[in-house]
Design a protein around this ligand. Structure first.
Ligand SMILES: Cc1ncc(COP(=O)(O)O)c(C=O)c1O
Length: 572
């Protein structure tokens, strides 16, 4: 009798255990974003299957099935851009091309500027060198003597204008030059930096690194060390540097089994955080509030017009408050990765902007005053790298160039300067100011009946496209020709510095409108009732299938894509 009872008991416990495991696994699956971005392993596998194919000269101009008359106008438009580029950018283009063979970054960025089927033909025709040698105010000069408005923001480093950083570097250098590049020992200037960073972050301790990526690596390593737990939670689409430990999807070949990529702004995610016991830390990139669950927008992937944003400061604040609560309750380390948002969204960065205090914060980019930097700030208990009672149990982190005196010097100048009332005022006014400016830009685009508008979060802007088109990425070249300098990701992220005056921005607006008008006149936004975003994506998918399995194309006699002889239904 007792034996039977024991068998029942053990079986019940076992079944209960299995059911519980299945339940939590299902909950975790539901907390993943349904898109491929939410499924890192699958996305990597599928990425490997995407075949390369390219459009030749004929297909390039009518990959959307436009008639020949439209293709002809597009061709003329591109020829004009090429002429302008040859005339005004020949030095920069030749220089850049000569680097492509030897500097892998140049090779990569010039390839990944437009969707890949268009790459080969376009790169053959239109060169896009960005070799620059001077800045002044909000403008940057290339080696062909063209001055353009800088909308690239130097990856976000440029918050206050290049003149400001030049000063920080020069004055910072003056402060430490008698020491020279001594490493290991500290220049006394470090103390003031540390005290200011503690105040800004609201945390107790600081460590210095050489890049944002390194700072994130260190924060995550410490969180695992102190919690004894294995997993990191990051949110779908969020960028935290190029370390594979925070980039489990496309872009990294290594399998990462200790990262959960969950949905932003989702109650199921909160449930997962509340119920699992293996989560060491939650890593947040506050700029994701602009487009939760989506990657930072880049023109490389712009094959249709469904790029969107979903910025709601109130909603996101509420979401971060809920995350804060669950992390505190479950002893999960809440890390704000403020490498981009720090010293931009506010003096105290996103913590101040959203009113939420993190357990650890990483900074980088602008904080170096123009020199390379990564910083981790954290509570004492999280920053300690060894245990008093277990001498071999350490969390090791060093770095030859950490706390480089020249970086400490320019950081010191940066931190001191931005305390001045004029900079504090800039912080207080920036949100409203950029909202107003972007509104003005959009008003002009409406007046001119152009199928583009711009969305912003604070001083970060993105271009959205309002009619279905396969050619929106062409806008970057028209903008460049009209005197606007963008980074290699094109019109997806324009990062504005606070030294733009209203007049400067009015000029930017006019350049922008001129560029969009020319693009419209050159018919890249040609419309047809069959051309929907869905149809474009379906077509792209079919083209991939045909490229992967060419025999199918032979059987069904299908070629991709080709101009049609249809009459024009409507022309933008
Ligand atoms: C939020 C965030 N974290 C980390 C990084 C990586 O910083 P770095 O490029 O200095 O390594 C970046 C860079 O863009 C970033 O935006």
């Amino acid at each position: 009798m007792i034996e039977i009872f024991l068998i029942y008991l053990i079986s019940s416990v076992f079944i209960f255990y299995i059911l519980k495991k299945v339940f939590f696994r299902l909950q975790l699956s539901r907390a993943k974003h349904p898109s491929l971005r939410g499924h890192s392993k699958l996305s990597r596998r599928i990425a490997r299957l995407v075949p390369y194919f390219e459009y030749d000269e004929n297909d390039f101009y009518c990959s959307d099935g436009a008639p020949e008359s439209i293709a002809h106008k597009r061709q003329k438009g591109l020829e004009l851009l090429v002429d302008l580029s040859r005339k005004f950018n020949s030095g920069s283009n030749a220089f850049s091309t000569s680097l492509e063979e030897s500097v892998s970054d140049v090779d990569f960025t010039s390839a990944y500027r437009v969707p890949f089927p268009y790459r080969k033909f376009l790169n053959k025709e239109l060169k896009t060198g960005r070799i620059v040698d001077k800045t002044k105010g909000v403008k940057i000069k290339d080696i062909d003597n063209n001055w353009r408005f800088d909308l690239s923001g130097s990856y976000g480093v440029n918050v206050f204008g290049y003149d400001f950083y030049r000063d920080c570097m020069e004055k910072g250098f003056e402060k430490v030059k008698q020491l020279g590049p001594v490493l290991g020992a500290y220049h006394p200037i470090i103390r003031e930096n540390v005290e200011k960073l503690k105040l800004v972050s609201g945390l107790d301790e600081v460590s210095f690194h050489m890049s944002g990526t390194e700072a994130v690596m260190q924060a995550v390593r410490l969180a695992r060390y102190h919690t004894g737990k294995t997993h990191l939670v990051r949110f779908c689409g969020a960028y935290h540097g190029w370390w594979d430990g925070v980039q489990p999807g496309i872009g990294n070949q290594r399998k990462t089994n200790d990262v959960y990529t969950l949905r932003d702004r989702s109650d199921i995610t909160l449930k997962v955080l509340s119920t699992r016991n293996d989560i060491a830390c939650v890593l947040i990139n506050p700029i994701q509030a602009f487009h939760p669950n989506f990657d930072a927008p880049s023109d490389t992937t712009l094959i249709s017009s469904d790029r969107s944003t979903n910025y709601d400061r109130g909603l996101h604040t509420h979401w971060l408050e809920k995350l804060r609560e669950v992390c505190t309750r479950k002893k999960i380390v809440l890390i704000f990765d403020e490498v981009f948002s720090g010293f931009r969204l506010g003096y105290r960065g996103a913590q101040e902007y959203f009113g939420v205090q993190a357990d650890m914060v990483t900074y980088g980019k602008t904080l170096g005053g123009g020199l390379p930097i990564g910083v981790v700030c954290g509570q004492h208990k999280l920053m300690k790298r060894f245990r008093d009672d277990s001498p071999a149990n350490i969390s090791f982190a060093r770095g030859t160039f950490n706390s480089h005196p020249y970086v400490m010097g320019s950081m010191n100048e940066f931190l001191n300067r931005i305390e001045a009332p004029e900079y504090q005022l800039m912080y207080q006014q920036a949100d409203e100011l950029w909202n107003k400016r972007v509104e003005k830009l959009n008003q002009r685009l409406i007046e001119e009946n152009l199928p583009v508008h711009v969305a912003n979060m604070h001083s970060v802007l993105t271009v959205l496209y309002s009619v279905p088109s396969r050619y929106n990425w062409m806008l970057q070249f028209y903008l460049h020709a009209e005197g606007l300098d963008l980074s290699w990701i094109g019109s997806g992220r324009m990062i504005m510095s606070f030294n733009f005056s209203d007049d400067d921005f009015s000029e930017v607006i006019e350049c922008f409108v001129r560029a969009a008008k020319k693009m419209k006149n050159d018919c890249w936004w040609w419309q047809d009732p069959h051309l929907s975003n869905k149809a474009i994506k379906r077509q792209m998918f079919n083209e991939m299938i045909l490229a992967r399995f060419p025999f199918i194309g032979k059987i069904i006699q299908k070629k991709i894509p080709g101009c049609t002889n249809e009459t024009i239904k409507g022309v933008y």
